[in-house]
Design a protein around this ligand. Structure first.
Ligand code: PMP
Length: 445
């Protein structure tokens, strides 16, 4: 219908006008049109190749268009694409539930499927609330949630209510449920202290909140180890386990939002594994299908599950569900992803990549404008000093320059981060880091 160039022009116009993009000011949106993926590369409609530095928003584990994951999906499609999970199960989805129960931290064995990370959080929030209403010793006044400054748990209203990024939530404040919020567990202002001192300082206000409000708190919700959307804010060692211990002591349920950090991003399958934390709810999304199809999961233990059991007229069931909960095609992708983790030594590979990222940051940190270099698994970030605040901010400029050189980074104001697919080949990872270093040098001299 169109020549390639006309077609791209037309697509860009439609993209700008008809396609309302997430988290994007459409008034100044400059279309970047992707037509396919190849390994860790995105290929644009006009044939440019871009290394995927943010794993397509923290989803992709094994690269794009992976033949194994594609084949698993196609095989499932040849049987059935979708059937409901309301009152029935599907062989593939059932097997996935069992696989997840097998790998989740101790005793987490009941899996509720959704389609997005936000819905995984909504489910955990509702399960926690309902648990306290109908557990053996009900505590109906436990109706609030403890959340963290700078946290991000998604954009549906419940998930947004436990979020802490002002820009995303302040407008919606009047329609969000009330929460109790403590400051972000951000060690950067405490850089002069030892890690153990940082941990105890960051736990102090939480201890106070628990002492005062435990009887009204249903649950605490946190992104374990790394608050990603906050700007890759990395918690000091011991903070996560300290928080889990306090929650347990005060009878407050613990929701671990591993939508972003789960599936090996931190070097362990789940971030909670680093500190032997077993949450009451483990929320997964993104990497669960390597980002191939939408799927999320909320996994809990028998103590919660038992409180929802009763006869069909008891009113104790969880009245929550999504049409595509447990979609078999997505479940087939998720099973293949787990097989690949087992067979390809993916987690060992992350640790190898972490060393490369650390060496890169060590070198970069000799530059005056680079602040707070930090790395955990495949996630590496640094801040940029005041020079970042000129217009446009340096984080944007570095991302723009990297894009010109074929590396896609998610632009941020005063910061640069990478979170590539876990299986990125080492030479491609090194290439990505070189491009970023050169972009920074070109921007700040
Ligand atoms: N939790 C965390 C930690 C996230 O990073 C995100 C998405 N970036 C979500 C929840 C929400 O997931 P989704 O966008 O799939 O709803």
């Amino acid at each position: 219908m169109y020549s390639p160039i006309e077609s791209l022009k037309q697509l860009s116009q439609w993209d700008r006008h008809h396609h309302w993009h997430a988290f994007t000011q459409m008034g100044d949106y400059d279309p970047l049109v992707i037509s396919r993926g190849e390994g860790c590369w995105l290929v644009t409609a006009d044939g440019r190749r871009l290394l995927d530095g943010a794993s397509s928003m923290w989803c992709n584990v094994f690269g794009h268009a992976n033949p194994r994951i594609n084949a698993a999906i196609i095989q499932q499609l040849s049987q059935i694409a979708h059937c409901t999970s309301l009152g029935m199960g599907h062989t593939t989805t059932i097997k996935l539930a069992k696989r997840l129960a097998d790998i989740a931290p101790g005793g987490l064995e009941h899996v509720f499927f959704g389609s997005d990370g936000s819905s995984a959080i909504e489910v955990a929030l509702k399960m926690a609330f309902q648990y306290w209403q109908q557990c053996p010793e009900p505590q109906p006044h436990k109706t609030k949630y403890l959340s963290f400054g700078a946290a991000y748990h998604g954009d549906t209203l419940g998930a947004a209510a436990v979020g802490g990024i002002g820009k995303f939530r302040s407008l919606f404040q009047p329609i969000l449920m009330e929460t109790i919020q403590v400051a972000s567990p951000d060690p950067r202002p405490l850089a002069h202290l030892t890690e153990a001192e940082q941990t105890s300082k960051l736990l102090e206000p939480i201890r106070e909140v628990f002492a005062k409000h435990a009887d009204e708190l249903a649950a605490v919700v946190i992104e374990p180890l790394v608050q990603c959307a906050a700007g890759m804010v990395m918690q000091p060692t011991g903070f996560l386990s300290g928080l889990a211990k306090l929650a347990r002591e005060h009878n407050v349920l613990f929701i671990a939002d591993e939508v972003a950090v789960g599936y090996g991003k931190t070097g362990s399958m789940f971030a909670c594994n680093h500190e032997q934390v077993v949450p009451d709810f483990l929320c997964l999304g993104k990497g669960i299908t390597s980002g191939y199809l939408p799927l999320s999961a909320t996994i809990t233990h028998s103590c919660i599950w038992d409180a929802f059991l009763g006869d069909r007229n008891s009113g104790r069931a969880l009245y929550h569900g999504h049409t595509f909960s447990g979609n078999p095609a997505a479940a087939a992708a998720a099973i293949e992803v787990l097989d690949m983790f087992d067979e390809l030594g993916t987690l060992d590979g992350v640790r190898e990549r972490e060393v490369i990222l650390r060496e890169w940051l060590d070198q970069l940190s000799q530059r005056r404008e680079v602040r707070h270099p930090r790395v955990k698994g495949i996630i590496a970030a640094f801040d940029l000093d005041e020079s970042a605040m000129v217009t446009p901010p340096i984080g944007y400029r570095v991302a723009r320059r990297a894009l010109e050189q074929g590396v896609w980074l998610r632009p941020r104001l005063d910061q640069v981060y990478v979170m590539p697919p876990l299986a990125i080949p080492l030479d491609e990872l090194r290439h990505m880091l070189t491009v970023i270093t050169e972009a920074l040098e070109a921007e700040v001299g």
